[in-house]
Design a protein. Structure first.
Length: 172
């Protein structure tokens, strides 16, 4: 969500939609381990439309962000599938990362994935410590959507509040 210092009145519906969809997707994935296409596609298209209407110079980076976001997790899916002979990530996660790429551009994908993965790993480790032997770190499914949503939402807030932070994207 690369925006100027404060959003205009016309940008606010886009931001409300962005936040609302992220919250809804995170909740559904947490409860059902599912990211519905109608919500992930709405998030993706609203991100591209936002870029087109308000920051057209970022549209190419957003389209590339959507493509790279999807393909990065798609590649990871197939590597894991050939290694373990089972799915390790859902297609909804791929679509959600594509939508976040559309909103934030390809440059943000490294931070979003790093943050989401770190939060997911931390949550699993805490869960393992609290539940002791009742969960397996290698076979217990983890809804990744909530962590992607938190990482994407925080990236939007950080980039809008601290524009210089975006220049650190080269680190990942």
């Amino acid at each position: 969500m690369a925006m100027s210092t404060s959003p205009t009145l016309f940008e606010l519906p886009f931001f409300a939609l962005y936040i609302g969809l992220l919250l809804r997707l995170a909740w559904i994935d947490y409860r059902c381990m599912l990211l519905p296409d109608n919500l992930t596609y709405s998030l993706l298209w609203s991100g591209l439309l936002y870029q087109l209407c308000f920051i057209p110079e970022n549209l190419a980076a957003s389209v590339l962000g959507a493509i790279c976001g999807y393909l990065s997790l798609w590649g990871l899916y197939w590597i894991y599938f050939y290694w373990r002979k089972c799915a390790g990530i859902g297609y909804g996660d791929m679509k959600l990362l594509a939508a976040l790429g559309a909103w934030h551009g390809w440059q943000s994908l490294g931070w979003i994935l790093f943050t989401a993965s770190s939060m997911g790993l931390f949550a699993v480790l805490i869960s393992k410590l609290l539940r002791k032997k009742s969960i397996s770190l290698t076979t217990t499914p983890l809804p990744f959507g909530p962590y992607l949503a938190i990482a994407g939402g925080s990236a939007g807030w950080i980039y809008s509040s601290f524009p210089l932070f975006k220049e650190l994207n080269f680190l990942l």
